[in-house]
Write a protein that binds this ligand. Structure first.
Ligand code: ADE
Length: 385
C-alpha cells in the first residue's frame, strides 16, 4: 500500500465502516484528556467489555485529575480492584500528581512532556494526544498492528522490535501520507482514525478466525489474497511461562475476621501485586509444612495465642489457578481457625463483609472466597444437624 490512491481508498473504506459500525462506548464522545487517558490505560491489558464498568466506577470515584492526585494510593488501588496489573494504577496516580504539580492539572500537549509521565509510553501518548487534542500521531496497539501486518502481508512476530518499527512507519504513513499529496486530501481526524484502525482489529480482524467477509478492506489485504490470514502476524515469541505454587494461610477468628499483611519485600509480595495479602509462602516441596514454618516465623516465637502453630490444624482448601502475565500460579489456600487473631506488627484485620475493604489483588479475593465457601458449607451443615 504505497500509492496515494491506495492509501486514500483504504482510509475512506475504514472510516466509512467505523462511522457505521463502531461500538457505542462510554469513553467515545469525549475529548476530555483525563477520560481519554484513563480509558486508554485501562484498555491496555483489559478487554473493552471488562473495562467499561470499571471505567465508570473509577470516574465516579475520581472525576478529575485533581481528585485522583489528591487521593491516597490505597484508595486508588481499591478503585482499580478487579482490573489487575496494578502497576497501571500506581503509575496513573503518580502521573496525576505530576500533572497537577507541573502542568496545571491538564494532560500535557507536548509529546516529550507526556512521555515523561509514569506509565505513559509511545502508545498512550499517541492515543491521548490524537484523541483529546487532535494531534497527528499514529497510536499503534496490538489490534492496529495486526490489521497492518495482514494488509501489508508482513510475516513474523509483530512484536519483534524491527517488525514493530516497520508497522509504526506504516501507521505513520497511513495517518499523515507524504508531502507530495498533502492538501489534496480531505482532512483526517487523527483520533478518529486511530480508533477506527484499533476497532477494526478488535472486532473483525481477530487473531483467530478473522471476519474477512465483513471487512471493509478485505479486497486490499495481502494476507487474505494469500489465504494466510491466520498465519499473519506470526506467533508471538513470549517469555517462557513460569510455574509457581503459593501456599496462603487464612487465619479466621470466631467473628469472621481474617489477618492480612503487606510485606515490604519478598517474592510473594510481587505475586500479590504489593497489596494486602494473606501470609503466604512460595512452595518448594511441602505446602503445609512450609506454610506452618512461615507462620511460626511471622508470629515470632511459634505461637498462636500462646500455643505452637500446628501444621496439622491447617485445613487444605484445594488448589486454585491464577495466571498473571508470564506466570501460571497455583494457589494453595489453607484455613486455620483461631479464637482470636494473633497480634502481628503491621498486620491488618479484615472482616470479609466489611464495605471498607482494603486494596487486595484478585488472587487474595480468590483465596478468601475459597475459605469463606468452606466455612459457609460447614455452618450450613451444622445448622442442618
Ligand atoms: N483499544 C484501545 N483503545 C481503543 C480505542 N480508543 N478504540 C478502540 N479500541 C481501542
Amino acid at each position: 500500500m504505497r500509492a496515494h490512491k491506495d492509501i486514500a481508498g483504504f482510509r475512506a473504506a475504514v472510516l466509512a465502516w467505523f462511522r457505521r459500525e463502531q461500538r457505542a462506548l462510554a469513553f467515545r464522545g469525549t475529548r476530555d484528556p483525563y477520560r481519554v487517558w484513563l480509558s486508554e490505560v485501562m484498555l491496555q491489558q483489559t478487554r473493552v467489555a471488562a473495562a467499561l464498568p470499571h471505567y465508570r466506577r473509577f470516574l465516579r470515584r475520581f472525576p478529575s485529575v485533581r481528585a485522583l492526585a489528591r487521593a491516597g494510593e490505597e484508595d486508588v488501588l481499591r478503585a482499580w480492584a478487579g482490573l489487575g496489573y496494578y502497576r497501571r494504577a500506581r503509575n496513573l496516580h503518580r502521573a496525576a500528581k505530576e500533572i497537577v504539580a507541573r502542568h496545571g492539572g491538564r494532560f500535557p500537549r507536548r509529546r516529550e512532556e507526556a512521555l515523561r509521565l509514569p506509565g505513559v509510553g509511545e502508545y498512550t501518548s499517541a492515543a491521548v494526544l490524537s484523541i483529546a487534542y487532535g494531534q497527528p500521531l499514529a497510536a499503534l496497539d496490538g489490534n492496529a498492528a495486526r490489521v497492518l501486518a495482514r494488509v501489508t502481508g508482513m510475516r513474523g512476530d509483530a512484536r519483534r522490535p524491527s517488525n514493530w518499527r516497520r508497522l509504526q512507519k506504516q501507521a505513520d504513513r497511513l495517518l499523515s501520507g507524504n508531502s507530495r499529496e498533502r492538501g489534496s486530501r480531505p482532512k483526517l481526524d487523527p483520533g478518529e482514525w486511530n480508533q477506527a484502525l484499533m476497532e477494526l482489529g478488535a472486532t473483525l480482524c481477530l487473531p483467530r478466525a478473522p471476519k474477512c467477509a465483513e471487512c471493509p478492506v478485505a479486497e486490499m489485504c495481502r494476507a487474505r489474497a494469500a489465504g494466510a490470514q491466520e498465519e499473519i502476524p506470526g506467533a508471538r515469541r513470549g517469555r517462557a511461562r513460569e510455574k509457581v505454587s503459593i501456599a496462603a494461610a487464612v487465619l479466621l477468628d470466631a467473628e469472621g475476621k481474617v489477618l492480612l499483611l503487606r510485606p515490604e519485600t519478598g517474592h510473594e509480595r510481587e505475586l500479590f501485586s504489593g497489596m494486602w495479602q494473606f501470609p503466604a509462602v512460595r512452595v518448594r516441596r511441602d505446602a503445609r509444612r512450609e506454610l506452618a514454618a512461615r507462620l511460626a516465623a511471622m508470629l515470632n516465637g511459634a505461637s498462636e495465642n500462646g500455643r505452637p502453630v500446628i501444621a496439622e490444624k491447617f485445613a487444605a482448601l484445594g488448589s486454585l489457578r491464577h495466571a498473571v502475565t508470564f506466570r501460571d500460579i497455583t494457589l494453595l489456600p489453607f484455613l486455620l481457625r483461631v479464637e482470636t487473631l494473633p497480634p502481628v506488627p503491621g498486620a491488618r484485620v479484615w472482616t470479609a463483609q466489611d464495605a471498607d475493604a482494603p486494596a487486595v489483588s484478585s488472587a487474595t479475593r480468590k483465596i478468601l472466597e475459597a475459605a469463606l465457601g468452606r466455612t459457609a458449607r460447614r455452618d450450613a451443615a451444622l445448622r442442618g444437624r
